[in-house]
Design a protein around this ligand. Structure first.
Ligand code: C2O
Ligand code: CU
Ligand code: CU
Length: 560
């Protein structure tokens, strides 16, 4: 009896040793400057952990945008590595999307400029370099984007950032004994919110909005409060819901966002915890109980299949003009008219089935040189995604939202009925059906991506690309080869590479980089063809980026 009591004291002591929840700064306006670089972060007192991050911080600034504004993003790459910065969820052209095709070489700045066309909701940004997305994200490079619009601004909702409107970026990481981040590890041994382990947050005794983002590489959160209270979901990935939906638990998959409202009006002076209920996740979900097929234990991390506290909440005095009730009607999500829709099937597999190393979509791994298919702008598309593997896969598309038609043949829950860009396909022959329409940004060269948002799956092949082509083109659905306007040859080569613009559009600029993204040379030119002499280069792989007025293409070349 005595020792039991002692353990009880020990545990509560451990839980209360907490630091204030970190709230990232905000950036807004027509020009947003980000630089991705190395830095350090103190996850544990008296340890400095090396990280990379936007503006040097573990989580970059929260970018606040307003629908209808034009924004220029300047992303300076101060790493010794190539990167990209993807605006996850924003409706932008493929050139501005920050996909694996929009490389930012070391010591260069990428400056996409676009109109914000999205509805008010919570979006995010993160690197998306093929094969290195997980590495760069778990090292710390990610941030939140909040889009506001006139419709949302008129509603009775909390929206004072950091006061009654709080970002909660939930992540898992693995630390070694020196408290350095372990890369390429799937055994995540620590969960955190906004980079704070065992954080504490003071909230006012009123309606408080939390913007939940699961920015983890693998694991799912099953989010709940320690008093098992109800909370109201008001938004999912890319829009408000038509009406708030009340729940007690909410599963948030990697890449996914929800906005929730919690009523603390009557609770000044009280404390709560936000908990992870890992034991109640469905079987096979990373973070939850193992699937347990054939006696295999698929649990990989020490916190998998456990329940624990993520964040302590202390309720303080309300603010002046506190929001006491929220609007009961939020927006109208107009269904997509499905007449004439085309259907496309995707099968997700791990090869072999138990594998943690090779993931495929329709039996193919991602090929950066290939466009998987084309669709026509304005076509209504229904995608059926089925999962032949033992793990769930959070399916994500770029550049547009979709609506979920069904999950395992059932209508989705009410809190997934807004505009979405992530849907989890359940394991063991689970399925989902989504419907979408790409109405803007036709492009004959630059694709959009679709992929699993478990970052190691994405890096290991569970990704594809497709072109949204002009509605007036006739060959679109059959012709799946990339339209080449720039050729680089011979490849491999011993003496020089010939660069040629086959469409006759002059080449304005080229860059030659090594495989790590280090710049070797760059030149302005104005010609439809030229030679790069490579006799002095050591043999190996290089990247050549060639830019015309219309586009920029990157080629992987081999010096023999
Ligand atoms: Cu969050 Cu393709 O990305
Ligand atoms: Cu994305
Ligand atoms: Cu996956």
């Amino acid at each position: 009896m005595k020792s039991f009591y002692f353990i009880g004291i020990f545990i509560s002591f451990k839980i209360y040793a907490q630091s204030p929840l970190f709230i990232p700064d905000t950036l807004s306006g027509s020009e947003i400057n980000l630089s991705i670089k190395e830095g350090s972060h103190s996850f544990y007192t008296s340890y400095n952990t090396s990280i990379i991050g936007y503006n040097g911080n573990l989580l970059g600034p929260t970018i606040i945008l307003h629908k209808g504004q034009t924004v220029q993003m300047n992303v300076a790459n101060e790493l010794n590595d190539t990167t990209t910065t993807h605006w996850h969820g924003l409706h932008v052209s493929p050139q501005n999307d920050g996909s694996p095709h929009n490389l930012i070489m070391a010591n260069t700045t990428w400056s996409p400029k676009f109109e914000v066309m999205d509805k008010a909701a919570t979006y995010w940004y993160h690197p998306h370099l093929h094969g290195k997305t997980m590495k760069q994200v778990i090292q710390g490079a990610a941030g939140m984007i909040i889009v506001r619009d006139d419709e949302e601004s008129k509603l009775n909702l909390p929206r004072t950032y950091g006061v009654d409107d709080i970002p909660l970026i939930m992540q898992w990481r693995t630390f070694d004994t020196n408290k350095q981040i372990v890369l390429d590890d799937e055994a995540d041994n620590v969960a955190m919110v906004n980079g704070t382990i065992n954080g504490v947050l003071e909230v006012p005794a009123q309606m408080v909005r939390f913007r939940l983002l699961n920015g983890s590489s693998h694991r799912f959160f099953n989010f709940a409060f320690s008093d098992n209270r109800n909370f109201q979901i008001i938004a999912n990935d890319e829009s408000l819901l038509n009406k708030p939906v009340s729940v007690k638990q909410l599963i948030v998959s990697p890449g996914e966002r929800f906005e929730i409202i919690v009523d603390f009006k009557e609770q000044q002076g009280q404390s709560f915890f936000i908990n992870q209920l890992g034991m109640s996740l469905p079987n096979g979900y990373p973070g939850g109980p193992p699937l347990g097929m054939m006696g295999m234990n698929m649990t990989m991390g020490p916190l998998d299949n456990t329940d624990f506290s993520l964040l302590k909440i202390d309720v303080k005095a309300p603010t002046p003009n506190a929001i006491k009730e929220i609007s009961s009607s939020l927006t109208t999500n107009e269904p997509i008219n499905e007449s004439g829709a085309t259907t496309r099937n995707f099968q997700l597999r791990g090869l072999p089935m138990m594998s943690m190393t090779n993931f495929t979509i329709n039996n193919e791994q991602y090929d950066h040189e290939k466009i998987n298919f084309k669709v026509k702008q304005d076509d209504v598309m229904i995608w059926n995604i089925t999962n032949q593997s033992m793990m769930p896969h959070p399916w994500h598309i770029h550049g547009n939202y979709f609506y979920i038609k069904s999950i395992n043949g059932q209508a989705p829950p009410a809190y997934m009925k807004g505009r979405k860009d992530v849907v989890t396909i359940p394991p063991m022959n689970g399925s989902a059906q989504i419907v979408m329409k790409y109405e803007d940004f036709a492009d004959s060269e630059m694709p959009y991506m679709y992929h699993c948002h478990i970052l190691s799956h994405e890096d290991r092949g569970m990704m594809g690309s497709f072109l949204v082509t002009d509605a007036n083109l006739t060959d679109v659905l059959n012709n799946i080869t990339k339209d080449i306007t720039i050729k680089v040859y011979p490849n491999p080569s011993q003496n020089n590479w010939q660069i040629e613009s086959t469409s006759g559009e002059p080449i304005l600029f080229y860059q030659l980089c090594n495989i790590d993204g280090k710049l070797i040379e760059e030149h302005s030119i104005k010609n439809t063809s030229f030679l790069i002499n490579n006799t002095n280069l050591s043999s190996g792989n290089y990247f050549i980026t060639v830019s015309t007025k219309q586009n920029s293409q990157i080629f992987k070349v081999i010096k023999q």
